[in-house]
Ligand binder design. Sequence first.
Ligand code: FAD
Length: 452
Amino acid sequence: MARITAIKHSEFVLIGGGIMSATLAILLYEKFPGKKITIIEKLPKVAEESSEAWNNAGTGHSGNCELNYTPEKNGIVNPEKALKTAEQFHETLDFWKNCAEKGYIHNLSKCISSVPHISFVEGKRDVDFLERRWNVLKETEYFKDMLFSTDREKIAEWVPLMVKGRNKRSKIAATYIKDGYDVNFGEIAEQIFRYLEKQPNIQLIKNSNVINLQKTDNKRWLLTVKGQNVGKHWKMVSNYLFIGAGGGALSLLEKSNIREARGYGGFPISGLWLRCTNPEIIEQHQAKVYGKAKKGAPPMSVPHMDTRVINGRKELLFGPYAGFTTKFLKHGSYFDLPKSVEFDNIMSLLGAGYHNLPLVGYLVKQVSLKFEDRMEMLREFYPEAKDEDWKVVVAGQRVQIIKKSAKGFGKLEFGTEVIVSKDKTIAALLGASPGASTSYSVMKTVVEKCFN
Ligand SMILES: Cc1cc2nc3c(=O)[nH]c(=O)nc-3n(C[C@H](O)[C@H](O)[C@H](O)COP(=O)(O)OP(=O)(O)OC[C@H]3O[C@@H](n4cnc5c(N)ncnc54)[C@H](O)[C@@H]3O)c2cc1C
């Protein structure tokens, strides 16, 4: 039996040291000056899970190039999601600029880089769709500078690697937005935490895994925390609790026993990238290029070939290739999925599996892909790609939300969900899309729901 050491107190406790907690910590720090805020992180460093640069695609999602944000029905393109994401991204971008002005972020240029955003398609049907999409978007303020072309020479100016060696008879098209962004979300979180750690009322505790939480009689939250290095357990009491534990959020939310959390489940999807190792090739590509998802593929598996800027170095990634795992975190346990099954959510989980058989089939196929198959998929983007210039690297984990539908069965959701208890003392974030790009808008919602 582990020894329980001292009980600590804090007005606010934020579980998890990713970009979401970093953002919320700043909002609370400004709204409640002098109040004690504690952030508890399981790993030895902050932002080592989904927020870490190599674990995500670093796209400042703003609807510029993501074709799944503009679904089409009966020939009519719906721009709603692209417009909402653009608004939330620009709001978040302004927040980061503001953080830099106030000194919370000390080196913004290490965090965000300007990289054009491009959608690229091949084949008449998709070319026609892209043109219809462009016709709708260019009429709006956010996308008024979007360019469209079917001209190979023009497209080759934007993305030379994608045109060279391509069948000359195939129809291709692209849209181009110059002012897109690559974002190092992990760097943003790290810089914010570095600032916050120095403030007298803020405490960042690393190497500490929150293993249990319960409501006390006087309506506060009692957390049990396990120190990873020393193996000691300690307790923490707080008035307000935010679960920003990424893939770890669901199991903590289940432990809270709040009504609002009932029926939720999680479906983990892992990811792999192909990373370019040839500097000459990396230099020839300067864009984030999104294509169309394959049939049955989940929206987060839309293939893209991305210029990245990580620690001041230009990189080139292709993917992500999805896969199935039972882990909810990259540094998690294979028991995460089985342990998340409860009486309350078992029907949701079974229902979601049954109603998403094409997705399950897609994931099974992705898991069995060999390196050669992955290179073949890359060649649909970059026809002359050579095996020796690419290697496989592991991306982060996503846990898609399974939500109870009106009929009691589960529905797989690809968005983000903020869950707040009726008494507003606990909030949690589930899901991963559009993700870190909209972190300010999402955390602002948490503050509004809990404190207004
Ligand atoms: C493959 C992939 C590609 C993506 N691409 C993009 C993209 O291009 N653009 C975009 O905007 N978003 C993207 N995302 C989503 C984005 O990465 C996430 O939305 C964002 O990083 C989530 O931040 P977070 O702070 O909620 O979670 P995380 O960064 O995962 O942080 C959670 C933290 O909680 C800690 N933790 C977990 N359990 C506990 C516990 N019990 N006790 C203490 N600490 C705990 C973890 O160690 C971790 O540090 C992508 C994600 C993936 C996986």
